[in-house]
Design a protein around this ligand. Structure first.
Ligand code: ATP
Length: 326
């Protein structure tokens, strides 16, 4: 295929580093004489044909900004085959030959269908703060979100320590404990509750906190992933602890502050690398894959692998938690 024009979109939850990827797509394409159309609000923009040319100048001063200049959205209509078929016809009519899709597993499922069922060449760039995609050790936004959570918990630690209090801090991760476990290690949390843990029980948490108290700890931080099925969210755990043990504890939900903010160096660099590489690979005729990182190297993963089991927090970290939380 002689690639003349490609589209780029961001889909699902926004993640710091998406703008770095968009900028690199546009600038690498410009270097190869390929036109880029920015598609607004993810797959919804494909359905609405809401796309406009993006120039290198449109991408000035966006590298350091969180969010996404293309906006993002969830688009249920895209789950319907007839809608995707119309999108493919519209893309072909607009001479948009290929797409770069920046998003998480849902977005890559959409990209797989567009690529295989509708024969629109697609390459994905992992953009999700959850870091829960198969085959890649990192995704855009994870490093920034971690650093944001860590900064917030450092502040909470000061007041926890001053008042000799227990704090339950809820972090993002509806079905992934990646943010929770990494944050817990980096903040010296006394305990962490996360979805993939087979051993998390309320009794265990109480035992752990009690043991800390006996050893002289007068303040504790417990990190809770928002998606823990067994124990519930931080409010549910806090309520139970309050009722059972009459504890003077506080609950903090970090929420959307974890999504925003200027991307870290790592998210800017990988956004730039993946953005440029996606264009080079599409121009070389590659398609049906998403980019990732393995042992520091840039890798390409077949889009079909998006249905593989999600990576769990690494055992090397989870094994360390009880030791460091003493
Ligand atoms: P995040 O990890 O931040 O949630 P995500 O890409 O997983 O990002 P989703 O909301 O799951 O976010 O998916 C984004 C969009 O991808 C959906 O709104 C929908 O348009 C499309 N999508 C998801 N699943 C499918 C599917 N099975 N078929 C077609 N399109 C889909």
């Amino acid at each position: 295929m002689n690639l003349k024009r490609l589209g780029v979109l961001t889909s699902g939850g926004d993640a710091p580093g998406m703008n770095a990827a968009i900028r690199a797509v546009v600038r690498q394409a410009s270097a190869l004489d390929i036109e880029v159309y920015g598609v607004y609000r993810g797959f919804q923009g494909l359905v609405d044909q809401d796309w406009r040319p993006l120039s290198s100048r449109n991408c000035a001063n966006i590298l350091q900004r969180g969010g996404t200049i293309l906006n993002t959205a969830r688009c249920d209509a895209f789950r319907v085959k007839a809608v995707r078929a119309q999108v493919a016809r519209d893309l072909k009519a607009a001479d948009i030959d290929a797409l770069v899709v920046i998003g998480g597993d849902g977005s890559f499922t959409g990209a797989t269908l567009l690529s295989e069922e509708q024969t629109i060449p697609c390459i994905g760039i992992p953009g999700t703060i959850d870091n829960d995609l198969p085959g890649t050790e990192r995704t855009l936004g994870f490093d920034t979100a971690l650093n944001t959570a860590i900064g917030a918990i450092d502040r909470i630690r000061d007041t926890a320590s001053a008042h000799e209090r227990l704090f339950l801090v809820e972090v993002m991760g509806r079905s992934s404990g990646m943010i929770a476990v990494h944050t817990a290690i980096a903040c010296g949390a006394e305990a962490v509750i996360y979805p993939e843990s087979a051993t998390d029980t309320y009794e265990e948490l109480v035992t752990q906190l009690r043991a800390g108290w006996v050893r002289g700890k007068r303040s504790s931080i417990v990190v809770v992933a928002e998606g823990d099925q067994q124990l519930g969210n931080a409010y549910a755990v806090g309520e139970r602890l309050r009722q059972d043990h009459d504890l003077d504890l506080r609950v903090v939900v970090l929420g959307h502050i974890q999504r925003g903010g200027s991307p870290s160096a790592i998210d800017r660099i990988w956004g730039s690398l993946w953005g440029a590489e996606a264009v080079k690979r599409l121009a070389a005729g590659e398609k049906g894959c998403y980019l990732g990182a393995q042992a520091g190297d840039l890798v390409s993963i077949p889009l079909a692998r998006i249905h593989d089991p999600r990576p769990a927090p690494p055992a090397v970290l989870t094994d360390l938690l009880p030791v460091l939380g003493r």
